[in-house]
Design a protein around this ligand. Sequence first.
Ligand code: NAP
Length: 295
Amino acid sequence: MTVGVPSSGTGAAPPIADRPVALITGASSGIGHAAARRFAARGWRVFASMRRPEKGEALRGEARERGWELQTPQLDVTDDLSVARAVGALLEDTGGRIDLLLNNAGYYAYGPLEETTPDELRAQMETNLVGVHRVTRAVLPAMRARRAGRVMVMGSLSGLLVLPAVGPYHASKWAIEAWTEALRYEVSPLGISVVLIEPGPFKTALHDNEVRARAHTAESPYAGMVAAYERQARQIRRAELSALVDTIERAATTRRPRLRWPVGPNVISAGYLRRIVPDRIYELIMRFAFRTRAP
Ligand SMILES: NC(=O)c1ccc[n+]([C@@H]2O[C@H](COP(=O)([O-])OP(=O)(O)OC[C@H]3O[C@@H](n4cnc5c(N)ncnc54)[C@H](OP(=O)(O)O)[C@@H]3O)[C@@H](O)[C@H]2O)c1
């Protein structure tokens, strides 16, 4: 595994073939965008993929200005053909080299489960879980061929605990915990490392683009619970992205990375305390925090 950009010894940028290669999904905004900028600034060759490359105009402009090796290929994680095309073109370009896959694309679907249609739940899992699966399967043969590479997955504090009214997103992030751990055990003997970033709340467009389950009515028995959730969500302190990007960079470059990388507000206090609090106590806390009047 490459752990940094080798120096050319003359102070000049190293030849392109010597630069580590990163593929990032969902790089049009937020964490993916910030990580793309960081790796490009460090001299990596960055494929900052996005489902709508027209959103990458400013990033491409910045890359031109700063002399970064950065492209913004089209890649929608829910689309087999789009993934195959983007990964195929990358591998052709790099001669089969890919050092890092950052599975970052995702969105936030919430709402009580009774009011969530199967299609809405399926769509959430299709992006946040199956999308990760699809892109990772596309890059693994190239990583296996070189017996090198790192797969990074964007988990969440939401994969460590559960709140009512956020079942769809929690389900996807709990699933990604298991998926990532299984993959790690499977591919580490093949020379590939797998890491899971577990961020707490950070300032991105995630909640501007959140999707609420549609099957609710004015008389919803869950209205009070959803209102309590929305009120609390508005009050959450969200951190700047720099600490998270530092963690992503460390997890990408350290020689023998551990599996889990919790980072950000509440991750230690909420995430890991949840593990030791008995279910009955946690349930009482949830009942109190999200209490609703009986209909
Ligand atoms: N922000 C947080 O507090 C937080 C905490 C824990 C985990 N996370 C996770 O971090 C990841 C990035 O989220 P973010 O906070 O940076 O939010 P964001 O600013 O909304 O970025 C999400 C990115 O994913 C992309 N995306 C969504 N569906 C896609 C698809 N089908 N194919 C390709 N790209 C797709 C979006 O593209 P468009 O621009 O086209 O919509 C966008 O680039 C997500 O997996 C999220 O669950 C975030």
